[in-house]
Design a protein around this ligand. Structure first.
Ligand code: NZQ
Ligand code: ZN
Length: 396
C-alpha cells in the first residue's frame, strides 16, 4: 500500500428531512449574503427552488441561474462578478455535478482578480487563495463532487474540458435521495455509469497490496450494478435512489483511492469527447469503458480482471482469462441494459476528424503514457476511439 494523507471535512446530511431541518443554519454559520447557483428548469419544476427560497426568506440572495451540463467557464465568470458585486459570504449550489462544480470554482474566483479560466488551467493558483464556503443540495447521483475537491469546467472557445482542484471540499452537502426521483432515465443511466467508471478507474490499479480499497470498491460496484436498473424501472424507489446517492459519494470522495498508485484512463479519454462534442459525460464513459477494458486485458492484467469477474460479477471458473473475458462481457451487457447509445455514431460522432487531436490531448492531460494502469500512447487512444465507432465485438 502506498503512503497517503486523507483530510475531508464535508458535513454530510443524508435523508429526507435534512433540508428543512438544517439548511438555514448551515448557511447562516457563514453569513447572510448568499449566491444561489442552479442549472436549468429542473429545480423550479420539482418545487425545490420555491422550498429553498422560502426556507431562506430572511437572507440576501443573489441568483446565478442557467449553469449548463458540462459547465462552461462563462458561468464561472458570471458567478465571480455577482459574488464580488454582492459581497457574498457563502455559495449555495442546488443541482447536479455541473452546478456544484461551477460553484466551487466561483468560490475561488471570488478571491481572484483575473480571469477564472487561469484557475482551471493552473489549480495551484487556487491553493494560494481562499475559497468561499460552499453549501450544496445535490439533485443527481453521479459525480461525487458533493464530497470532493474537484471540478470539471469546459471552455468551448478552446475545446478544452479540464479538471481543477481547490483547497476545500463542500462545507455542507445535503443528500436527500427523494430529490433524484425526477432525474430522467438517460441522466439516471449516465449518472450510474459515471459512478461505475469512478470505481473501475480506481480499481484497475497496479498496487497489488491494497485489499482494503479493492474490497470497498467491489462492494460499491455491486451496489451500483444492482440499483441502477431498479431506479430506471421505478424512479421513485427510495432504496434504489438512496443506494445510488451514497454509492456515488463514496465512489469519489477520495477514500477508495487511498493507497493506490495509478492515474485514470477512461475519464481523460471521455473528457475529450465532451469537450469537442458536448456529450453527456456518463454516456461517453459507457461507450469507452468496455472498449478500454478489452484493450488492456493481457497476461499482466488478467488476474485483476479475474478478481473483478469473481467478486463483482460472481463469475465462477478456474481459468483466469475466461473469467476475465466473461467479466468484460458482463460489464458491456450491464451498460447496454441501461439503454443508452453504445457507439460514437450513437452520440452523433460520425467520423474520425478529431480523433488525433483528442487522443493527443487525452494522453497529455491525463498522463496516459506515464501513470495509467496500462500506459496508452496516442495511437492506442485513437484505436479505442476507432473501436467505439462500431458495435463491440467479442472474439471469445
Ligand atoms: O440544469 P437542470 O435543469 O438542473 O437539469 C439537469 C441537467 O440537464 C438535470 N437534473 C439534475 N438534477 C435533476 C435533473 N433533472 C431532473 N431532476 C433532477 N433532480 O440533469 C442534467 C445533467 O446535470 P449535470 O449536473 O450535468 O449532471 P452530473 O451530476 O452527471 O454532472 C456532470 C458533470 O460533472 C463532471 C462531468 O464531467 C460533467 O461536467 N464531473 C465532475 C466530477 C467531480 N467534480 O468530481 C467528476 C466526474 O468524473 C465528472 O467528470
Ligand atoms: Zn466521472
Amino acid at each position: 500500500m502506498q503512503d497517503f494523507r486523507f483530510h475531508n471535512t464535508t458535513d454530510i446530511r443524508f435523508g429526507t428531512d435534512v433540508i428543512d431541518a438544517g439548511l438555514h443554519d448551515a448557511i447562516t454559520q457563514f453569513g447572510r449574503n448568499v449566491l444561489l447557483v442552479y442549472g436549468g428548469q429542473s429545480i423550479k419544476k420539482s418545487g425545490l427552488y420555491a422550498r429553498v427560497k422560502s426556507l431562506l426568506a430572511d437572507l440576501n440572495i443573489t441568483e446565478l441561474a442557467g449553469v449548463e451540463p458540462n459547465p462552461k467557464i462563462d458561468s464561472v465568470r458570471a458567478g465571480q462578478q455577482l459574488a464580488k458585486e454582492n459581497n457574498v459570504d457563502v455559495i449555495l449550489a442546488v443541482g447536479g455535478g455541473s452546478v456544484i462544480d461551477a460553484s466551487k470554482v466561483i468560490g475561488s474566483a471570488y478571491y481572484y482578480d483575473g480571469d477564472p479560466w487561469d484557475l482551471v488551467l493552473d489549480s495551484s493558483l487556487r491553493m494560494d487563495i481562499k475559497q468561499l464556503p460552499l453549501v450544496d443540495i445535490l439533485t443527481l447521483a453521479a459525480t461525487g463532487t458533493e464530497m470532493n475537491f474537484g471540478s470539471v469546467i469546459s471552455n468551448p472557445d478552446t475545446n478544452q474540458k479540464l479538471g481543477t482542484g481547490g483547497p476545500n471540499s463542500p462545507a455542507v452537502s445535503f443528500l436527500d435521495p427523494t430529490l433524484t426521483y425526477t432525474v430522467s432515465a438517460l441522466q439516471t443511466a449516465a449518472g450510474s455509469m459515471d459512478i461505475f467508471s469512478h470505481l473501475t478507474e480506481q480499481y484497475f490499479d497496479a498496487e497489488t497490496d491494497n485489499d482494503a480499497s479493492k474490497g470497498m470498491i467491489e462492494g460499491l460496484m455491486r451496489s451500483v450494478i444492482k440499483w441502477a436498473p431498479v431506479a430506471l424501472a421505478e424512479p421513485d424507489n427510495y432504496a434504489a435512489r438512496a443506494n445510488l446517492m451514497w454509492t456515488a459519494t463514496m465512489a469519489l470522495n477520495g477514500i477508495v483511492r487511498l493507497g493506490g498508485k495509478n492515474s485514470w484512463t477512461a475519464h481523460p479519454m471521455e473528457h475529450e469527447l465532451s469537450a469537442y462534442y458536448d456529450i453527456t459525460h456518463g454516456v461517453g464513459l459507457g461507450i469507452l469503458t468496455p472498449r478500454w477494458m478489452q484493450y488492456i486485458l493481457n497476461e499482466q492484467t488478467v488476474s485483476l480482471f479475474a478478481r473483478f469477474g469473481r467478486n463483482v460479477w460472481q463469475i465462477v471458473g478456474d481459468d483466469d482469462m475466461a473469467v476475465a473475458q466473461a467479466a468484460i462481457v458482463a460489464t458491456y451487457d450491464w451498460i447496454s441494459s441501461l439503454n443508452f447509445p453504445m457507439t460514437l455514431p450513437g452520440v452523433k460522432i460520425n467520423d474520425e476528424t478529431n480523433f488525433d487531436v483528442m487522443a493527443q490531448s487525452a494522453v497529455k492531460v491525463g498522463h496516459l503514457n506515464e501513470s495509467a494502469y496500462v500506459t496508452l500512447d496516442v495511437d492506442d487512444v485513437k484505436n479505442i476511439y476507432r473501436e467505439a465507432m462500431q458495435p463491440m465485438k467479442f472474439e471469445y
